[in-house]
Design a protein around this ligand. Structure first.
Ligand code: NAD
Ligand code: DAU
Length: 334
């Protein structure tokens, strides 16, 4: 296929780009604004592939989107582009509104003008928190943060383009991803790098919040299944095979890195913190998808990747991230 992949320079987007180029033989054009989370370094192993092209631009910029479509002549748009960190959405929600609302609108208009298939990458956070049981695609939307509320708004807009204009639009909602190339503001890479550096491990509240972990290669494969086999107008949930409380995740990272339990520090909880996420993935499993990576193995491999790829994270950990960390955690990194 010829694909336009928006937000393809980020963590999951670049994993998807790699999969489509190397495992499916697709022609891929990436449109990405390169925010703090988007990095051309994520294309280090595919930048020279003749089937790959990169265009720097924002999805809310209709001219940039038109240029990318002209270059790519795509059959489909897959949209990963987003602001993705809940804590940043609490501190500074502006970009969440413009990228998720306006950006998604601009892409939908472009898809409509060119009659393209459209896949919106979304999140389990649009359903809110669930104490017991599991969310299905029929569960009501009840987002709790500016991040998840603006993602839910984008999902509703996508569905309206299917209902009103007959756009071939689909949505794939994932649970918490982990794996190589994840920006270290998120729990797992933050804890790995702090553990390796002897920095405190900041656990929000009691640390008993539960997340449904999925390896990014599994989520990327689920999105590929939805792209190829999904029914237009439908939503597909892709949840990982394992659920773990944050304290268990941190304890395993301590074991894999040889850090000390004394590095754990319980800090002020996130406002409006969702207690538990859990997704049923039966519908995407019915399309032929199954997750391949269990959390224990995936986490160990992820710790090894961060240990071995200092070239990837050193420029982040010595750059603007330090100021972000100080604002968020009220202390400097070592
Ligand atoms: P990320 O933060 O690593 O990457 C986001 C990418 O989008 C970056 O390359 C960034 O430069 C780009 N971007 C941001 N705003 C843009 C704009 N206005 N125009 C063009 N590009 C822009 O994010 P991620 O973790 O890879 O998440 C990708 C998608 O998957 C998001 O839509 C997110 O909501 C969704 N998702 C993430 C997770 C997770 O656990 N990380 C789980 C489920 C769903
Ligand atoms: O569920 C899917 C979502 O998962 C995605 O849509 C989001 O883009 C992604 O950021 C992620 O959201 P979370 O808020 O669950 O992920 P985060 O890594 O920020 O936090 C995971 C859990 O760890 C959460 O309960 C908060 C806690 N936490 C996080 C950080 C950064 C801590 O206890 N300490 C921390 O320093």
């Amino acid at each position: 296929m010829k694909l336009l992949i928006c937000g393809g320079a980020g963590f999951i987007g670049s994993t998807f780009v790699r999969q489509r180029l190397l495992e499916h033989g697709d022609q891929v054009t990436v449109l990405d604004k390169l925010t703090y989370a988007g990095r051309e370094e994520n294309f280090h192993d595919i930048a020279d592939n003749p089937a790959f092209r990169f265009v720097r631009g924002a999805i809310e910029d209709s001219q940039a989107v038109a240029t990318a479509i002209e270059m790519a002549s795509p059959e489909a748009i897959v949209n990963f582009a987003a602001e993705t960190h809940v804590d940043r959405s609490i501190a500074e929600p502006d970009a969440f509104v413009s990228t998720h609302a306006l950006g998604t609108y601009v892409l939908l208009e472009a898809a409509r003008a060119h009659s393209l298939r459209y896949v919106q990458v979304s999140t389990d956070e649009v359903y809110g928190s669930i104490e017991e049981g599991t969310f299905t695609e029929e569960s009501p939307l009840a987002p709790s943060s500016p991040y998840s509320a603006t993602k839910a708004g984008a999902d509703l807009l996508v569905q309206s383009y299917f209902h009103t204009f007959g756009l071939e639009a689909l949505i794939c909602r994932g649970s918490n991803n982990y794996g190589p190339y994840q920006y270290p503001e998120k729990l797992i890479p933050l804890m790995i790098l702090n553990a390796l550096h002897g920095d405190p491990l900041p656990v929000y509240g009691d640390g008993m919040q539960v997340r449904n972990w999925i390896h990014a290669t599994d989520f990327a494969a689920a999105i590929g299944h939805v792209l190829e086999h999904g029914i237009p107008g439908e939503v597909y949930n892709a949840g990982g095979p394992d659920e773990e409380p944050n304290m268990t995740v941190v304890t395993r990272i301590i074991e894999h890195t040889g850090a000390s339990e004394s590095q754990i520090e319980h800090v002020t909880d996130r406002p409006g913190h969702d207690r538990r996420y859990s997704l049923s993935s039966q519908k995407v499993r019915d399309l032929g998808w199954t997750p391949q990576t269990r959390f224990d193995n995936g986490l160990e491999q992820t710790v090894s990747w961060y240990r071995e790829n200092t070239w990837w994270w050193e420029p982040i950990r010595t750059g603007d991230y330090r100021a972000y960390y100080e604002r968020q955690y009220g202390r400097a990194l070592s």
